[in-house]
Design a protein around this ligand. Sequence first.
Ligand code: C5P
Length: 308
Amino acid sequence: MSRDTALASAPGKINVSLHVGPLREDGYHSLASVFLAVSLREDVRATRRLDPGIGLSVTIADGLDVDPDSIPLDERNLAHRAAALLAAHAGLEPALDLEITKRIPVAGGMAGGSADAAATLVACNELWGCGLTREELATLGTELGADVPFCLLGGAAVGLGVGDELTTALVHGLVHWVVVPAEFGLSTPEVFRTLDRLRDAEGFDAPEPHTVDAAILAALRSADAHALSTLMVNDLQRAAVELAPELRDVLGLGESLGALAGLVSGSGPTLAFLCEDASAAHALAEALRHEGHAALAVDSPGAGARVH
Ligand code: C5P
């Protein structure tokens, strides 16, 4: 049955491991990655209105230091495009307002925009009574961004292709992190281009990545943070650090203040520090804030996009 309003949420992600392959003809890179959804979630409320069109408003949650004016409210916003795409797919004229509550760092490598798109797809699917399955929404979501299917799925998953060919991974128990957003954003295409440039200069021909390290999946299955800390890898990290060398200092700071290991999240510049347990994560977040950094204690895995 269709309704007047629907509220949905979707998680941000950390790539616990990210191997980047060669540039493809479609401008994307093939990947092999282990995606992990975290407890930071975006909320999207979709409400019917009389006038045709898609209205968008954004509220920044406490603890996230973002200028709301920096977020576009038109079709540049992935939530706007998600609603338009589902409406076109369902053959209806959109007439709705979308209210987004942001908790995931913006342009930070944690799939905040993709989570908005995932939550919007789920909210509009409910609002309009479209009845699409998660898989059908994921197929649509791939058109919006490579991370949208994972934000729909949540939990932990191995991602191949451009990150959209997902296989769920088992996770038993929680793994704890501190997420450190930067005061600046990095452009994802620029980070990928920088990696290509660094590799070209070295004469390195990236192999096609077909698989992820089984030991990482074993560490996640047993929520073994110590094992995980020795295995995490992100091919994009050197490119993000090349574009923003200050990230290296913050990585060193987090590790010196007690993190088991730190890494750039996705294309960055958000950093993710793995911690021994929840109390270690809260202590590290406090210590980093004391040093003048925004820091959020989060846990994983988080559930995929869902209606509330
Ligand atoms: O799909 P999404 O909008 O997140 O990707 C943004 C950009 O990041 C792409 O246009 C592409 O330049 C780069 N990218 C890539 N390979 C991927 C994912 C993203 O090169 N697997």
